[in-house]
Design a binder for this molecule. Structure first.
Ligand code: PBG
Length: 334
C-alpha cells in the first residue's frame, strides 16, 4: 500500500491530462509529418509504357521514362517536393568504370530532362554512385579487388556535370568515397553549375537493409563481397560526425543518414552538432519489413508507415526518402 497519494507523489503533475482527447493531443503534438517532408525514390528502365513490379519491393515499380514522368506529375499534385532517380540498365552495358553514367542520354538524364519539361516545379535529385553501371555492382571502380578511391571520384565528378547539364537540381553522392563532395563541388562550379546542390550521403552504413534495392537496380546477382571498405560500420557513431565535418567543409548543402530507422540516433547527433539540413533514407529493407509484417498480419501497415516516418521527424530529419511517399501523401490528404 502507498503511504502517499498519487498527487502527493507527482506534486499534482499528471501528464495524462494532455492525452485525454484527440484535440488536446493534437495541440501538444511536437512533430507532424506532411507531404512536404517526402522525397520519392523512383526506379527507371528502358522502354515505353513500362511499369514493372519488383519482387522484393511489393507495390514499387520500375518505370519507363514516360511512365515515370506521369508518376512524378501525380506525386507533384500530391504535394511531394522531389523525386530521386535510380536506373536499372541492361547487364551488358555495365563495365568496370561504369562508363554509362557519362551518357548524356542515359536513363537518369533523359528522365531529368523530361521531368523538368513536364513538371518543372518538381525537384529532381540524381545520384552519381556507380553501382547501377559497374560490372561489379560496387559503387566505385574495382582494380585488383580494391574499390579505388581517387579514380572513382574523378569519374563521379564527371557524372555530376552530365547530370547537372540535364537539369538535375541536386546531385547526390551515395558511394562514400573520400573527398567526393569537394571534388564534385569543384567540378560543378568549373562547369558553371554553381547553383546545383549537393546532397551528401554523409553517414551511409554498410547495412543489410539494402537487399531489395539491389534487386531493383539489378546488382543483386553480380555483387561480390560487401561494401564495408567504403560504407560506415554500423557500430560507429562518432565516425558519422567526422564524415559530416568533412562533407560540410567540402561544400555539402544537405547531409543524409542511411538507413533510417535503426540509425535515428545518428540523425539526432548530426542535427544537434551541425544544425544542417539533414535528410534520412527509409531504405528498401525497411520498406520491405513493413510490407512483409503487414502481409503476415503482424502489424497494421498504414499505422506502421506513418509512425515510422513521424519518428524520423522526431529524430531531427528535415526530409525523408521513402518508397511510401505517394501513398503517405495520399493518406495525409484524407
Ligand atoms: C548505392 C545505393 C544503395 C542504395 C541506393 N544507392 C545501397 C547499396 O546498394 O549498397 C540503397 C537504397 C535502398 O536500399 O533503398 N549507391
Amino acid at each position: 500500500m502507498n503511504t502517499r497519494t498519487i498527487d502527493e507523489i507527482t506534486s499534482g503533475r499528471r501528464l495524462r491530462r494532455n492525452r485525454r482527447f484527440e484535440w488536446n493531443r493534437r495541440l501538444v503534438r511536437e512533430h507532424t509529418l506532411n507531404s512536404g517532408d517526402l522525397i520519392w525514390p523512383v526506379f527507371l528502365v528502358e522502354g515505353e509504357g513500362v511499369r514493372e513490379p519488383i519482387r522484393l519491393l511489393p507495390g514499387v515499380m520500375r518505370f519507363s521514362i514516360d511512365e515515370a514522368v506521369k508518376a512524378a506529375k501525380e506525386a507533384h499534385k500530391l504535394g511531394i517536393p522531389a523525386v530521386a532517380t535510380f536506373p536499372s540498365i541492361a547487364q551488358d552495358l555495365r563495365d568496370v568504370t561504369g562508363s554509362q553514367i557519362l551518357d548524356p542520354d542515359g536513363l537518369i538524364n533523359r528522365f531529368t530532362r523530361a521531368s523538368k519539361r513536364e513538371v518543372p516545379d518538381m525537384g529532381v535529385i540524381t545520384d552519381v554512385a556507380l553501382d547501377p553501371f559497374t560490372s561489379s555492382g560496387h559503387d566505385g571502380i574495382v582494380r585488383d579487388g580494391i574499390i579505388v578511391n581517387d579514380e572513382t571520384v574523378e569519374q563521379i565528378s564527371r557524372a555530376a556535370i552530365v547530370q547537372a547539364e540535364a537539369g538535375a537540381d541536386i546531385v547526390s553522392c551515395s558511394e562514400m568515397m573520400d573527398g567526393r563532395v569537394g571534388a564534385i563541388r569543384d567540378s560543378l562550379n568549373g562547369a558553371g553549375f554553381n547553383d546545383t546542390g549537393i546532397l551528401s550521403y554523409t553517414a551511409k552504413y554498410a547495412s543489410s537493409f539494402y537487399g531489395p534495392y539491389r534487386e531493383a537496380v539489378g546488382t543483386d546477382k553480380m555483387l561480390k563481397g560487401d561494401k564495408s571498405t567504403y560504407f560506415l560500420d554500423p557500430a560507429n557513431s562518432d565516425e558519422a560526425l567526422h564524415e559530416a565535418m568533412l562533407d560540410i567543409n567540402e561544400g555539402a548543402d544537405i547531409l543524409m543518414v542511411k538507413p533510417g530507422l535503426p540509425y535515428l540516433d545518428i540523425i539526432r547527433r548530426l542535427k544537434n552538432e551541425f544544425s544542417m539540413p539533414t535528410f534520412a533514407y527509409q531504405v528498401s529493407g525497411e520498406y520491405a519489413m513493413i510490407m512483409a509484417g503487414a502481409e503476415k498480419g503482424f502489424l497494421d501497415e498504414e499505422r506502421a508507415i506513418i509512425e515510422s516516418l513521424t519518428c524520423f521527424k522526431r529524430a531531427g530529419a528535415d526530409a525523408i526518402l521513402t518508397y511510401f511517399a505517394p501513398r503517405v501523401a495520399e493518406i495525409l490528404q484524407r
